[in-house]
Design a protein around this ligand. Structure first.
Ligand code: GLA
Length: 397
């Protein structure tokens, strides 16, 4: 943090009190592609995060230096999009836009942006960036707001963190991905040592403690990079909407796939076109798996939780078709290690990371197995983290 402060002075060379805000990335333990179907998810926030070190300015201009791209760019609040704005500038611009529309008073600021959530890896670097940007705006306009959790900063502007998550989601939509609410929500509501079970329809949630003495969460980056905006994600979402629309004819109460029980689905699945049927089957069974996982976790049944993670991956691979050879290989390798309870791809898919639940004594053998075989088979260097669940976004100083 001291480094980031020093970087601000180095880059901008001005005085003023520097504030640091943080929006964490996340790993989703189970509940994939269910959020935009009104269903259930179980993510946890990561220590890896996007941070901004900022100083409010009198001019209504936001000037940013990106550490990752070693590039400076700026935009005027309420102004037009600057010609040739770099892609990374679009996120804070869209966040500013939605905050202003929500009636939040905005002021200009200068900031250094840095992050250690790998981009395009399924760990929600974009949500982390949106949430951190939103907090930067809240902090810049209200220098009197003390350091503390996002809730305090949001309340100072008459907002809840749930509303803030929805605003950040809208910002992401405007950048081009019709994402669900999971990533922005967990970035704002993460709790140290806990996973969050979230009902994506009404945003009610429960924090469930993770038994870290009995099971570790291991995140492995396949090194395959995806572009969410590439259309496959939005296409899946449309297929789900089509399925829900067709099933609604049988039961008018169906709003989203969340309302389709596995039993109801069995009765009517034959009426759906083949691909839509497979997509829907994933979502319907995945919702049931999240609810059962939450029960298993609360009862300390980590073995069952692991089995459900495995079933989730198989469904994402076969029915939702968002896996790939590298992710499948990592999952197979993990499952072959004694003491691994379950392994699956995490996030949207099409590359990125897997998440594995492993007994503590299985972590080193898992690491060794992946290091020994993955790069040889794929030519890609894997990255492996044992991750603890972190707190949600905050104004740190
Ligand atoms: C991305 C989206 C989320 C969610 C996941 C898949 O991370 O941003 O809203 O849909 O994919 O579960």
């Amino acid at each position: 943090m001291a480094d980031l402060l020093a970087r601000y002075r180095e880059i901008f060379g001005d005085g003023g009190t520097v504030r640091i805000v943080r929006g964490p990335g996340r790993v989703n333990l189970i509940g994939e592609h269910t959020d935009y179907n009104g269903g259930f998810v179980m993510p946890m926030a990561l220590e890896a995060a996007v941070r901004l070190a900022l100083v409010p300015q009198a001019d209504p201009v936001v000037t940013l230096w990106s550490e990752q791209f070693a590039e400076r760019a700026e935009f005027a609040l309420g102004g037009d999009e600057p010609a040739q704005a770099p892609h990374w500038l679009k996120y804070p611009m869209k966040v500013a836009e939605v905050l202003a529309e929500a009636g939040v008073k905005l002021s200009g600021f200068r900031a250094v942006v840095e992050g250690d959530v790998p981009v395009g890896s399924g760990l929600s670097s974009s949500a982390a960036y949106e949430v951190a940007s939103a907090l930067a705006f809240l902090a810049a306009a209200r220098p009197d707001v003390p350091a503390g959790p996002a809730e305090t900063a949001a309340a100072a502007h008459g907002l809840t963190t749930g509303r803030l998550a929805l605003l950040c989601q809208t910002a992401e939509h405007r950048v081009g991905v019709r994402c669900g609410i999971m990533d922005q929500f967990i970035s704002l509501h993460g709790k140290r040592g806990h996973a969050i079970v979230l009902d994506c329809r009404d945003l009610s949630y429960e924090a469930v403690p993770l038994p870290t003495d009995r099971a570790k969460v291991v995140v492995i980056d396949s090194g395959v990079r995806r572009k969410l905006t590439s259309g496959a994600y939005n296409e899946r979402r449309s297929q789900c909407e089509e399925g829900a629309g067709r099933l609604r004819k049988f039961s008018p109460d169906i709003k989203d796939l969340r309302d389709v029980t596995p039993e109801l689905f069995k009765v009517h699945e034959a009426s759906l076109p083949k691909i839509v049927r497979r997509r829907c089957r994933h979502v319907v069974t995945e919702d049931a798996r999240v609810l059962e996982s939450a029960r298993a976790l609360k009862e300390g049944d980590i073995e069952r939780f692991g089995e459900l993670m495995n079933a989730s991956h198989d469904s994402l691979r076969d029915d939702y078709e968002v896996s790939g050879p590298e992710l499948d290989l990592l999952v197979r390798m993990a499952r072959g290690v004694r003491g691994v309870l379950g392994s699956r791809l995490t996030g949207a898919g099409f590359g990125g990371c897997t998440v594995t639940l492993a007994r503590p004594e299985a972590v080193e053998p898992l690491r060794a197995a992946v290091l020994a075989g993955y790069e040889k088979a794929t030519g890609l260097a894997p990255r492996i983290w044992v991750s603890d669940a972190a707190d949600g976004a905050a104004i740190e100083t």
